[in-house]
Design a protein around this ligand. Structure first.
Ligand code: ADP
Length: 467
């Protein structure tokens, strides 16, 4: 059994075409053979009418003039070679025969027998002579003006030549039919191959991709729908490869992120556990670092949990009416020391206004922390981080500007994608902006980034004001 597309093509197309061609060959052969046989009969019938008209003028076949008229016609008949004429008298005896031989009267003449009883006084017979030769014979009963039968005239012609022509035509039709089928099979096979091969190729490559080989690419064979499919699968493999690399980078970044505070905590814990009891100053410093690094660890784990909730669409907001500026003040207060320690200038003029919004306090702070943390992370010493507020009737904008490294134009559209890191040399998991953007969207706000390499970055957070 032929399976797949080839099988369906054989069943739906080839079988139908073969059936149509078979039908056409049979129908054409039938039409040709009917045409030739009926032309022969028409010819014989026409001839018989001709002689019948001559002989019907006589009243009886015993008339001398009748015999001589019949003989005369038969002897001078121009197509004697092609057909045999027999005149049979009313007693059933053969009067004249164009072959010149007296025919055996016992020979079977079904057309003569039928014509005698036929109301049309005419009958036709197609059959084989005792010699095996195939013939067409017609018999016409000749009647005089009174309606009495004068004689019967019989025309017989061999069908051997006609049969040869008919068989020749059937052979030609069959050959043409076979030629058409061969052409259909050839072109169909070529067409099917042009589909099956690329599909097989795509299947093999898709299997490789499924097994994790994201470098597998399909050779595009044709510039058609299958070519488009190949392009899409190649793009998909590249995208999966990139996503896989990003995932691996993410795991390694997160591991580093977790290891740094853990190393500090472990180091200080061991110092304090050691035999020498540390002095109060060292103890306080160690405990301070342990607390700070634990908080950092908690922050990382919280971020990961948030990311996981975001992926499962399970991030819940506990909204309440609050003042954005108060929350921002708190975050900036927290960040000031760090900016100072890192030698960066954090510029913020606390405005004497209130900007009420409906928001989740912790999530909103998390966004501010993330954006200001990025600004500090990607800005070198002596760099400036400015925070401004723009208040309109319905919106409040928090604009965080830095004079840091900036983001390349190619990377800018992707920085909000999960796991994406434009800058591999700086610590970070690549999910901070993705989470911040999601939180802003859940508050009905936006997070927009403008940046230029060497110029710096501006992040604008927009929130709708509460009534
Ligand atoms: P990360 O934890 O790596 O900072 P984010 O999602 O917060 O992840 O940021 C994604 C990427 O965007 C960063 O890796 C960095 O390349 C770029 N980026 C974000 N903020 C800034 C900024 N203020 N200046 C320069 N690049 C930035």
């Amino acid at each position: 059994m032929v399976k797949g597309i080839t099988g369906r093509w054989v069943l739906n197309t080839l079988c139908v075409i073969v059936a149509i061609i078979l039908f056409a060959v049979v129908a054409l052969s039938f039409i040709v053979s009917t045409y030739f046989y009926s032309s022969v009969e028409q010819n014989l019938s026409g001839r018989s009418v001709e002689l019948s008209n001559i002989l019907s003028e006589f009243n009886s076949d015993s008339d001398v003039a009748f015999s001589s008229a019949a003989r005369d016609y038969v002897e001078n008949f121009p197509e004697k070679e092609q057909m045999e004429i027999t005149v049979i008298n009313s007693s059933g005896l053969i009067l004249v025969n164009s072959t010149g031989f007296t025919q055996d009267t016992s020979i079977s003449m079904p057309d003569y027998d039928a014509a005698k009883t036929s109301s049309a006084s005419y009958a036709k017979w197609v059959g084989r002579l005792p010699s095996g030769e195939k013939v067409t014979a017609v018999t016409r009963m000749v009647k005089n003006s009174e309606g009495d039968t004068v004689c019967a005239i019989r025309y017989v012609t061999s069908m051997s030549e006609i049969d040869k022509v008919v068989i020749g035509a059937i052979i030609v039709f069959s050959l043409v039919g076979l030629l058409i089928i061969a052409f259909v099979v050839f072109s169909g096979t070529y067409f099917i191959r042009s589909i099956v091969r690329p599909v097989q190729n795509i299947t093999d490559t898709a299997k490789k991709i499924a097994q994790g080989d994201f470098n597998a690419q399909i050779d595009k064979m044709y510039d058609d729908e299958i070519g488009d499919l190949s392009d899409s699968i190649n793009d998909m493999a590249r995208a999966l490869g990139a996503a896989d690399r990003m995932k691996n980078d993410f795991i390694s970044s997160v591991s580093h992120e977790l290891r740094t505070p853990l190393t500090a905590i472990k180091g200080w814990a061991e110092t304090m556990q050691g035999s020498d009891v540390p002095d109060k100053e060292t103890f306080d410093k160690g405990m301070g670092i342990i607390v700070k690094e634990s908080a950092r660890l908690t922050g990382i784990v919280e971020e990961l949990l948030d990311f996981s909730r975001m992926q499962n669409n399970q991030m819940m907001l506990m909204k309440e009416k609050l003042d954005v500026i108060a929350e921002l003040d708190e975050v900036i207060y927290m960040m000031r020391d760090r900016a100072q320690n890192e030698g960066k200038h954090l510029l913020y003029d606390q405005p004497e206004i209130v900007a009420p919004v409906m928001a989740d306090r912790n999530k909103l702070k998390q966004v501010f922390i993330n954006i200001i943390d990025n600004a500090l992370k990607y800005t070198p010493q002596e760099g400036v981080i400015g925070i401004q507020l723009v208040l309109s009737d319905e919106l409040i904008k928090v604009v965080v500007t830095d004079t840091g490294c900036g983001i390349a134009p190619d990377d800018l559209p992707r920085v909000k994608d999960k796991f994406f890191k434009a800058n591999q040399s700086v610590r970070g998991s690549g999910i901070g902006l993705a989470i911040a953007d999601e939180i802003m969207a859940l508050h009905g706000g936006t997070l927009d980034i403008e940046s230029g390499i060497g110029v710096g970055t501006t992040v604008t957070l927009t929130l709708p004001l509460a009534e």
